[in-house]
Design a protein around this ligand. Structure first.
Ligand code: AMP
Ligand code: GLY
Length: 424
């Protein structure tokens, strides 16, 4: 079969890696891809929001199934557009994509369906937001309603700080929307829970824990994710049942009742507080860097899974996971998540140990004159699997030591909470 993957991050590289393992894959293209996907797929340099050009390439290469990595084309309706042309796509339609594209949509859906989430208010004017604020405790979470490339959430420790953030959003800092969501701060530990759905059913698609803060010990500003491990050590049979019954199933039912059965990957960002799951956010796609660890652990054939899901045959498809645990550490460009160095050469990648348990997924890289150069904040995902997390992390750190890149940095403590438990 011929597949196209849309996107250019570590997530998309790991999806290509998994598709490429299938005996059923014939042609694999990545739009636009990076220096890593170039090794296993044909990179086609097209803007991911130029649907007409994407369609032309998909027709030219006789693509059977398209997998969309990032949220932006999904929110912009790429699934509706391609399905209209008779093309099979793994991902939700434009309406369902509001689960990530509009926090107001997601929060209202939670409220209407009794899905546990932080108490909240949605506002379009500064004064009403301030009235709500005056009755709220700190810390308080201020969120832009629309897509904000991971930058629209602020945890504010004072009302004054919150007012500044509210004003910015209402005055149009984020082009996607100027509504603001104010939310109670939830204490607890975060868990990324994934399912895959078609029009008829859904299946568990792994659990993971991301590390959003830039600094070791989870300090400093938020990032897109500095590393992840899978499976999450928070998951128990009892918790999983609550996640399914209280969060996933009511959501899927609500989307069906709204006339838009959700299909594709659904990523629930949860806060586990006192043994109870609360929905913090939905993402309508795989997580990055969570996808990288899940693709290492997925035993089943991703070509078959995507093929059957896009035919609404998911029910009959087995999704099996390795017992091994996996970690990915994100190698970033110095300065990230602020202004970072670009076009800096990364050396010695050829010296790394690479096999089925040890992979390097590229995120922000390109190739020029046979050299690997950086062009993003998150640049490489060094990823390993082992029986125990601590061993997976050791293997990653050994590989990282071999990379010669003075302009890079990474967290050595990814998985620290779970590893602490592993040792007890
Ligand atoms: P979001 O984009 O909604 O996932 O928010 C980004 C990050 O902010 C989350 O991964 C959490 O770490 C944090 N966050 C968001 N909402 C809350 C909340 N209500 N309580 C505590 N932390 C939150
Ligand atoms: N790992 C966070 C995200 O993919 O949004």
């Amino acid at each position: 079969m011929n597949f196209a993957v849309i996107g250019s991050g570590g997530r998309e590289h790991s999806i290509c890696f998994k598709l490429k393992q299938s005996p059923k894959i014939k042609r694999l293209i990545c739009i636009p891809g990076n220096a890593g996907t170039r090794e296993i797929a044909e990179n086609i340099n097209i803007n991911i929001n130029n649907f007409d050009e994407i369609l032309a390439v998909i027709k030219k290469f006789k693509i059977d199934v398209v997998i969309v990595g990032p949220e932006e084309p999904l929110v912009n309706g790429i699934v509706d557009f391609l399905k209209n042309e008779g093309i099979r796509v793994l991902g939700p339609d434009k309406f369902s994509s509001q689960l990530e594209g509009s926090k107001a949509f997601m929060k209202n859906l939670c409220k209407e369906n009794n899905i546990p989430t932080a108490r909240f208010g949605i506002f379009e004017d500064f004064q009403s937001a301030c009235d709500f604020l005056s009755k709220s405790k700190t810390p308080i979470v201020v969120k832009a309603d629309g897509l904000a490339a991971g930058k629209g959430v602020s945890i504010c420790n004072s009302h004054n700080e919150a007012k500044i953030k509210i004003k910015e959003i209402i005055e149009g800092k984020y082009k996607s929307s100027n509504k603001v969501v104010l939310e109670e701060f939830l204490h607890g530990e975060e868990l990324s829970y994934f399912v895959l759905a078609d029009d008829n059913c859904y299946k568990f698609f792994g659990s993971a824990q991301d590390h959003k803060k830039v600094g070791e010990g989870d300090i400093g500003p938020n990032t897109g994710g500095m590393g992840a491990y899978s499976p999450s050590n928070l998951i128990t049979a009892e918790l999983e049942l609550k996640i399914k019954k209280e969060i996933i199933e009511p959501t899927l039912k609500a989307m069906k009742d709204l006339g838009h059965p959700y299909s594709g990957f659904l990523y629930a960002g949860l806060m586990i507080s006192g043994g109870k799951p609360y929905l913090i956010e939905y993402n309508i796609r795989m997580g990055d860097p969570e996808c990288q660890v899940l693709m290492m652990r997925l035993k089943s054939d991703l070509v078959e899974i995507a093929d059957s899901t896009t035919r609404n045959n998911l029910q009959k498809t087995k999704i099996e996971w390795s017992e091994n645990k996996s970690i990915t550490i994100v190698l970033c460009a110095k300065g990230y998540p602020g202004k970072y160095i670009k076009d800096s050469e990364i050396k010695n990648l050829k010296d790394l140990k690479i096999d089925n348990d040890n992979q390097v997924f590229h995120a922000g890289t390109y190739i020029k004159d046979k050299k690997i150069l950086s062009n993003g904040g998150r640049v490489l995902n060094i990823t390993s699997s082992a029986k125990e997390l601590i061993d997976a992390r050791k293997k990653i750190l050994t590989n990282l030591d071999k990379i010669k890149w003075d302009d890079g940095f990474y967290r050595k403590d990814i998985g620290w909470r779970a590893i602490k438990n592993e040792n007890n």
